[in-house]
Design a protein around this ligand. Structure first.
Ligand SMILES: Cc1cc2nc3c(=O)[nH]c(=O)nc-3n(C[C@H](O)[C@H](O)[C@H](O)COP(=O)(O)O)c2cc1C
Length: 213
């Protein structure tokens, strides 16, 4: 079963396995079969360089996102689920609700890729309001994640990385025309990491599904 991993072993994934995951992800459906993903895999020294830059930019609050993201826009049941994720995660890391510093430390782990040895970034071209291409990138990301699971690996999609799209493009030498929604840290799960000690529940399908006939 797929779930998001927030604590990886530093064991690298063999190249042929990464290739096999990428070949599975390549089969993702897309509007008009445009296959609008330009994927970059970052590992080794380059990944260290990226982590240093992201931690630095995050400290300086120098965000460079391509797309807006405001969790204050969540309302009703969506807001409840968002709050529940925060509560579950901070409890797992043993951080109290009012411990601002502790909460920041947990969220900063995004920029260390939760210790993952690799990240994948599916950059995307920009078309119109980008809703459809964003959907295609989501399909690609989920296919990639399910393939990781099928290969005994795990991963986590991270909007937090997209907050620094400009910095990431600069370091990876990616042209400005290619936009970024999220990155995916991936590798082997550390079974003892606190970030892997919980599983986010889902509502019963009756809350999300309407049948017609
Ligand atoms: C597009 C996308 C971006 C996400 N960004 C982050 C992130 O930046 N940091 C994080 O810890 N989790 C992130 N998540 C993981 C979600 O919190 C997670 O999918 C959700 O809580 C459900 O848990 P599960 O994936 O373990 O089933 C993201 C998920 C998606 C689909």
């Amino acid at each position: 079963m797929r779930k998001s991993c927030r604590g990886f072993l530093d064991t690298p994934v063999p190249d042929p396995i990464i290739t096999s995951v990428l070949e599975d992800a390549q089969l993702a459906p897309s509007n008009c079969n445009t296959q609008p993903w330009e994927t970059h895999i970052v590992s080794g020294d380059k990944l260290k360089e990226l982590a240093e830059a992201l931690l630095r930019e995050n400290e300086a609050e120098r965000l460079s996102p391509d797309f807006t993201f405001d969790t204050n826009e969540y309302h009703g049941r969506y807001k409840e689920r968002y709050f529940n994720l925060g509560k579950t995660m901070y409890e797992a890391f043993d951080v109290k609700r009012d411990d601002k510093e502790g909460r920041k430390e947990v969220s900063d782990q995004n920029y260390n890729f939760f210790n993952a040895p690799h990240i994948a970034i599916p950059f995307m071209p920009s078309f119109g309001d980008n809703v459809r291409v964003g959907g295609d990138i989501g399909m690609y990301g989920q296919t990639f994640l399910l393939s990781l699971t099928a290969h005994g690996l795990t991963g986590i999609p991270q909007t937090a990385l997209g907050f620094f799209a400009g910095t990431i493009r600069e370091i990876l030498n990616v042209p400005d025309e290619l936009k970024m929604l999220f990155g995916i840290s991936f590798g082997y799960a550390d079974p003892n990491a606190p970030g892997n000690s919980f599983k986010m529940e889902r509502d019963p399908i009756s809350h999300n599904v309407t049948f017609h006939q």
